[in-house]
Write a protein that binds this ligand. Structure first.
Ligand code: ATP
Length: 309
């Protein structure tokens, strides 16, 4: 018996980063937006005592750890432990989300594994419990369960769904090689220190959601959303990977109405006025040689959900 769950990647349409807290985290004002680019996780029943095993296919499969650190395997074990059962399951990840790309691919797989194992083991875990288990796995995991568009506060794990009208069209330029999220936050702190503003939470104002951005989402207005896109990690990602400036410029030149680094990067995200423009921008970016590949997609889309069983 098998259950396949489809789960979306995310782009942060706003990523406001506060100062470094004493616990090592930063306060965030994080507007997550789920896009149709996604992974599929299939959970297959395994014999008693088999434990959790893992396989992965896709262009970046070689970079996905297949040991105990994999978020999908950790999710299966966490759910089993919560219910006091054995985590006997085989998980297969069909990976389409760029790895270490700032699109929360590992978190997505963690959320998908929670939903897939919950269905396979017929546990019927309440959504609030799944969200709490997801938050234990990582700051970005609860959003992959929820999907749509949501404001994340705290480390990003305190979530509130936001109203959105219509569909927005995106292009993602995938880079060669990833960027480590902790390294990008560290670079953000270093740049703040170097600029003399300080990097502690006592130096940097606590970020808040931008009312203009929330209105653009609620109104379904791509031009207003494009004007409001912000990512406080962008200068840090560009500092670690200066070549991303050329990717951002190529997409804008090709007709994107908005451009930003996705999360901690190095994937770059481009907003376009419609689906046709997204296809044209993706083709121009791929031809530009400033990225490995570029993909046209859309959103928002729902969170992790069973596709087949
Ligand atoms: P985020 O945007 O949440 O910071 P990211 O999209 O930049 O993350 P991921 O693709 O989630 O990055 O990968 C970050 C690291 O997580 C990888 O380098 C890998 O070592 C580890 N990892 C654990 N589980 C997975 C998984 N299922 N898929 C991909 N990477 C995983």
């Amino acid at each position: 018996m098998s259950v396949t769950v489809r789960v979306p990647a995310k782009v942060n349409v706003q990523l406001g980063v506060g100062g470094l807290r004493r616990d090592g985290f930063h306060d965030l004002a994080n507007v997550f937006f789920a896009v149709a680019l996604g992974d599929e996780v299939t959970a297959t029943a395994a014999a008693p005592g088999a434990g959790t095993t893992l396989t992965c296919t896709g262009p970046d499969a070689g970079q996905v750890p297949l040991d105990d650190s994999n978020l999908a395997a950790r999710a299966a074990r966490l759910l089993a432990a919560h219910h006091g059962i054995e985590p006997d399951v085989h998980l297969h990840i069909a990976k389409d989300i760029p790895v270490a790309g700032g699109m929360a691919g590992g978190s997505a797989d963690g959320a998908a594994a929670l939903v897939a194992c919950d269905a396979l083991w017929a546990l019927d875990t309440p959504q609030e419990t799944l969200l709490a288990l997801a938050a234990e796995l990582g700051s970005d995991v609860p959003f992959a369960l929820l999907g749509g568009v949501a404001l994340g506060r705290g480390r990003g794990e305190i979530l509130e769904s936001l109203p959105v009208t219509g569909t927005f069209h995106w292009v993602f330029a995938v880079a060669d090689g990833g960027l480590s999220t902790p390294a990008v936050f560290h670079e953000c702190d270093r740049l703040r220190e170097a600029a003399g503003t300080g990097s502690a939470d006592t130096d940097v104002p606590t970020p808040d959601a931008d009312p203009a951005l929330l209105a653009a989402l609620a109104d379904g207005d791509p031009a207003a959303l494009a004007a409001a896109l912000t990512n406080d990690l962008q200068s840090a990602a560009l500092s670690l990977r200066p070549a991303l400036a050329a990717t951002l410029a190529a997409g804008t030149q090709a007709g994107a109405i908005g451009a930003l680094v996705s999360g901690s990067g190095p994937t770059c995200a481009f907003l376009t006025k419609d689906a046709e423009a997204a296809e044209a921008v993706a083709a121009a970016l791929t031809a530009s040689g400033t990225c490995r590949t570029a993909r046209a997609t859309h959103g928002p889309v729902p969170g992790a959900a069973v596709r087949t069983r």
